[in-house]
Design a protein around this ligand. Structure first.
Ligand code: PLP
Length: 352
């Protein structure tokens, strides 16, 4: 168990490049709190910068591209769906660092070349080298990207032979380097909550690749904090295997920081009931809560990540699984660009 200052000192020793505007804001949701009879706070990672279209990937990229720079790379390769926030944020951050972005994007939703939208439009403006990877019926995004692996390795070899050292970043930026960004975010959040009357009882975040949750769990382990971490899954995954994967990521990040603490797979909760019908597929129930948040607080959540997480959190509160009077923190991870993506992604949000 360490103080925030001691924990921060560990992070300061790691290579990092400044991209976002931190600390991100944290505030109480007055009207949601009143209706729900719990104290609801929101941590605004959607306000991370570095562009208007920031989100949770920027903190990871500060560590990832800091390391890439230290390694002498001038090209960044990464992966996602065609509307990946991570891919777009990586492309923008790479440009800021004077590096060339190369993206392999699985076409879960087939983009229309005459009507490029949302993140794929931004990737195009950023001049990223975009490779669209087809997804066969019945195939997952990860399977499609795995099948494209030989092609990716050939392109990386070609770039390196041409004198461009490549930094190969996993989907979501979720490795032990990127995850350190959310250990940092946990420290920042706990400090802000102290000024708002004390630590939260619960902290909810969307869980995709799991790097955000892993980083928060690492930060929690550093401080020995008692907050209950809850990850709302945005895709179907075997819960036990996923928990081990997240704990493993957290522990590798703690190792990188030289910290003696560890995270156990039961050190956080995963909720697997709110992603339906699937990743990047809209949920009518979550969309209903996206409207409710907008109409109650004037705030936007997206249909792929933050909306499903907000819906999951509110359902847990409605169902009494979060006791009344609790202090609950919602980590808004960003992603609103998806509101301007294909109809297959937004579902019924275009109806009143
Ligand atoms: C990537 C992403 C997440 C999930 O974060 P992971 O670290 O991959 O679990 C949540 N919300 C938004 C908006 C994202 O882009």
């Amino acid at each position: 168990m360490e103080s925030i200052g001691q924990a921060r000192q560990r992070l300061r020793c790691l290579p990092r490049t400044e991209l976002g505007f931190y600390p991100t804001p944290l505030h109480r949701l007055e009207r949601v709190s009143e209706v729900c009879d719990v104290e609801v706070y929101m941590k605004r990672e959607d306000f991370s910068g570095m562009t208007l279209f920031g989100g949770n990937k920027i903190r990871k990229l500060e560590y990832l591209l800091g390391q890439a720079r230290a390694d002498g790379c001038d090209t960044v390769v990464t992966y996602g769906a065609t509307q990946s926030n991570h891919a777009m944020e990586t492309a923008a951050a790479a440009r800021r660092c004077g590096m060339t972005p190369v993206l392999y994007l699985a076409a879960l939703v087939e983009p229309s070349p005459e009507d490029l939208r949302a993140n794929l439009l931004l990737d195009t403006i950023l001049g990223a080298e975009v490779h669209l990877v087809p997804v066969e019926p019945g195939q997952t995004m990860d399977e499609a990207l795995e099948r494209a692996r030989p092609e990716v390795l050939a392109r990386i070899a070609e770039l390196e032979a041409a004198g461009h050292p490549v930094c190969d970043l996993p989907g979501g930026g979720s490795n032990e380097v990127g995850v350190c960004g959310f250990a940092d975010a946990f420290l920042e959040t706990m400090e802000q909550m102290e000024h708002l009357g004390g630590a939260p009882d619960y902290l909810f975040t969307a869980a995709g690749t799991g790097g955000t949750l892993a980083g928060l769990a690492a930060g929690q382990a550093l401080l020995g904090s008692g907050v209950k971490l809850v990850g709302v899954q945005v895709s179907p995954k075997d819960r036990a295997a996923y928990a081990r994967e997240i704990a493993g990521l957290a522990n590798r990040a703690l190792g990188r920081m030289g910290a003696p603490e560890t995270v156990r797979p039961d050190g956080f909760t995963l909720l697997g009931d709110y992603y339906a019908p699937g990743y990047e597929k809209p949920s009518p129930a979550a969309n209903q809560d996206i409207r409710w948040l907008a109409r109650t607080e004037g705030l936007f959540a997206d249909p792929v990540y933050s909306g499903k997480c907000f819906h999951g959190m509110i359902e847990e509160i409605r169902g009494g699984r979060v006791p009344s009077g609790s202090r609950v923190l919602f980590l808004h991870t960003g992603g609103a660009v998806a509101l301007f993506s294909e109809p297959e992604i937004i579902g019924d949000l275009n109806r009143p």
